[in-house]
Design a protein around this ligand. Structure first.
Ligand SMILES: [Zn+2]
Length: 86
């Protein structure tokens, strides 16, 4: 079964995401299952991340406009300070 990574569509909005999908989570899905579009925990919208191999963490910085023109979704890394206050 392939392992997929998902992350919240609105990871900067604590009312529309949960700790799991704000950070991103991995889930095994069978090929014949339809893609997840909601977090299994909080039921808010999630999107699939591309595989670890081309993860934004290790990818070279790209021009946002270039990447968008190639169909990439740009993930903006935010400072630690914007995470939920406990
Ligand atoms: Zn969630």
């Amino acid at each position: 079964m392939p392992l997929y990574e998902y992350i919240s569509e609105e990871s900067d909005d604590v009312s529309r995401s949960c700790p799991a999908c704000r950070q991103g989570f991995e889930i095994r899905r069978q090929l014949n299952q339809s893609p997840l579009d909601k977090c299994p925990l909080c039921k808010h919208a999630v999107k699939r991340l591309i595989s670890r191999v081309s993860s934004p963490k290790i990818a070279k910085p790209l021009c946002v406009a270039d990447a968008k023109s190639k169909g990439f979704t740009i993930l903006e890394k935010r400072d630690e300070g914007v995470y939920e206050k406990l």
